[in-house]
Ligand binder design. Sequence first.
Ligand code: PBG
Length: 328
Amino acid sequence: MISRNRRLRTNDSIRSLVRETILTTNDLVLPMFVMEGNNKKEAISSMPGVFRQSLDLTVQTVKENYKLGIRAVNLYMKVSDNLKDNTGKEAWNANGLMQNTIRAIKDAVPEVIVMPDVALDPYSVYGHDGIIKNGKIDNDSTVDALVRMGISHAEAGADILAPSDMMDGRVIAMRKGLEENGFSDVGILSYAAKYASAFYGPFRSALDSAPVDDQEIPADKKTYQMDFHNSREAVDEVLKDVEEGADIIMIKPGMPYLDIVSKIRKLITQPIAVYQVSGEYAMLKAAVQNGWLDNDKVLIESLTSIKRAGADMIFTYAAPEAAKLLNK
Ligand code: PBG
């Protein structure tokens, strides 16, 4: 035997010398749930350790996490029922919760990259990412609404818009809207390959944004999010968004979709973001609570596997605890 692969695994020093993928805090983006009020913090039962917080506490959390090395946050609003309708117009209210949150974070920690979610579902009475016309999610009027929403985020100081809606043509429309309004430095991180996934369940309960069961419209998002049986289609979605001017491409969910990440990594030069979604987080925490998995080890292993597949950045609710582990 000439070649023995175990030679390079003999001890930790040699293993660290030949290590191919190293996870760091620079890879992490923290998604946050914001709600109205002051000094308010509510637990999300299916996501142990994750909270919905009022704006003041959100700013405090951003500060603390910045000190840990987390330099980017992704924002989601819990919208009260009386502000929801079928147009989503609260989404571009210049003094809406999102706009106020963006301003407050940029005031307190200007260095942090603020990525607001651009999608209508938290603002929709139907819990859909689009405007409903004649029983269907109407693509083009939704795109117009998303452009208004995105521009209002840019006006509030957002660094990178993160459209997660999966309407066709929204990246180019948003890029155009930003350029015409003097926001040529504001970037777009496009959820290009976002699948219609059952792993989003805990997120929808956190925001009370699940699609409603209405006779007229489907209670799922399969007419706009991708069919999880498909892989070639993801290539098409990604290449179109790159052509439309997306600066960063998102693939979502994470771990069950690493084949897609690895495939896309070979095809584009733009940075790839991967979202370890709420259901992935819930699975890990549930097993940990049962004493079946080691939290710290599985967390770092799962995040590293996402990076190994080709992610340049990872959106994860576990960013604060991962940062603490990585800083040890
Ligand atoms: C909504 C949106 C969703 C997530 C991010 N943005 C849910 C959905 O599409 O229904 C899911 C994130 C998660 O599950 O952690 N546009």
